[in-house]
Design a protein. Structure first.
Length: 365
């Protein structure tokens, strides 16, 4: 994706060859700044504080974090310690654990002196694969948008929640990739962007991306989606996922479930777009089994933004002393999901649907 005409990825190796650069997402949309991650500790802090966020991106960041950790201690015990340390930075997105396990498994047969460099290269491979997967998701998902346009003959109105765009991945995005592909192909698309309280990833990040790419969009309060659906103003919902069960339950940013309920009530198709690295084949009941991250209540009680003089400021918005709770994700059961868009195509949200795209998982299932 391009910012002011210059192509960017959200994470890339630094010119020094031993560290990585990331786009600092805590500064967007008001400042576009890069941040250097030079150690495993830097990577862990960046993931925890959401300098980098979005399931596929934190997987890649964790893989680079592991490589940086091995530069300090590449022993078997060092690998285990680094994996445990990075894995607990954010509990819900399975991509993080998946990326760490993939790198760690390959490292076992690599001589200790070569492990850090091997892991750094492997993190790069994961990043490349993510770009390919997300582009393929875009191609498959764009067909659905083209069909809607062909049927209705007018602009396709998409509702999305949180940020599942290129900022949440290495490039392209998941839920937004079909929108970019369709828009670039000349299909008229307009996106209703849920602001996505408490951290406002929709208002800040999705709107920033769509602006940068010239995709028509409108930011709405989180509670507006149901009303728009009742009045026929949404043709399709597309969201991302942080963890998808083998049975097709989709865990995504808090509030996604309510959008799926409204979509079901109004017969609006509801799709989740995700790469294979987001599927947790060990789970079959998302509500019961997926760990939901509980974040700091300050994200609910306070808001950060820009003052008229350009300075960043954090203000309190909740009655002082009132308790707050901040579950960061919720689970949308498969029965509310029309389809799952992956790099291999579109499947029904069910065990059979996912296995039809990933037949190699049949034996394990
Ligand atoms: C392609 S990203 C899918 C999800 O990671 C995205 O929708 C989301 O919920 C991100 O949550 P975040 O808490 O900002 O990391």
């Amino acid at each position: 994706m391009k910012i002011d005409g210059q192509p960017y990825r959200t994470i890339f190796p630094d010119a020094d060859g031993v560290s990585v650069q990331v786009i600092d997402q805590t500064r967007l949309p008001f400042a576009f700044e890069l941040k250097r991650l030079g150690s495993m500790h830097d990577a862990a802090v960046a993931i925890r504080t959401m300098v980098v966020r979005g399931a596929p991106l934190i997987g890649v960041a964790a893989a680079y974090g592991l490589a940086l950790g091995l530069a300090e201690d590449a022993s078997d015990a060092g690998i285990e310690r680094a994996v445990a340390f990075l894995a607990e930075t954010r509990p819900t997105a399975i991509n993080l654990r998946w990326a760490l396990d993939r790198v760690a498994a390959k490292l076992r047969t690599v001589p200790i002196s070569e492990r850090a460099a091997f892991a750094f290269a492997e993190a790069g491979h994961i990043a490349e694969e993510d770009v390919e997967s997300c582009h393929a998701i875009g191609m498959h998902g764009a067909k659905i948008l083209c069909e809607i346009h062909a049927r209705t003959g007018r602009t396709v109105n998409v509702l999305t929640h949180c940020n599942a765009g290129w900022l949440a991945t290495v490039d392209w995005g998941t839920a937004l990739a079909p929108i970019y592909v369709a828009h670039d192909a000349g299909v008229p698309v307009h996106v209703f962007v849920d602001e996505t309280r408490p951290r406002n990833q929709g208002a800040a990040l999705t709107a920033f991306e769509l602006n940068a790419h010239g995709v028509p969009h409108t930011v709405i309060a989180d509670n507006a989606g149901g009303h728009l659906m009742q009045h026929g103003r949404i043709d399709i919902c597309i969201v991302g996922s942080d963890r998808t069960t083998a049975s097709g339950d989709v865990c995504n940013k808090i509030g996604t479930y309510l959008k799926a309920l409204a979509a079901s009530d109004n017969r609006v198709p509801f799709y989740a777009a995700l790469p294979f690295s987001t599927i947790d084949w060990t789970l079959d009941d998302g509500v019961a089994q997926i760990p939901i991250e509980e974040r700091d209540g300050r994200e609910v009680s306070h808001l950060t933004g820009r003052l008229p003089d350009g300075a960043f400021a954090t203000i309190e918005v909740v009655s002082p002393g009132s308790p707050v709770a901040n579950p960061a994700f919720d689970v949308t059961p498969a029965r509310l999901v029309t389809g799952i868009i992956t790099e291999r195509g579109v499947a029904t949200a069910s065990a059979d649907g996912l296995l039809s795209l990933y037949p190699e998982r049949r034996a394990a299932a």
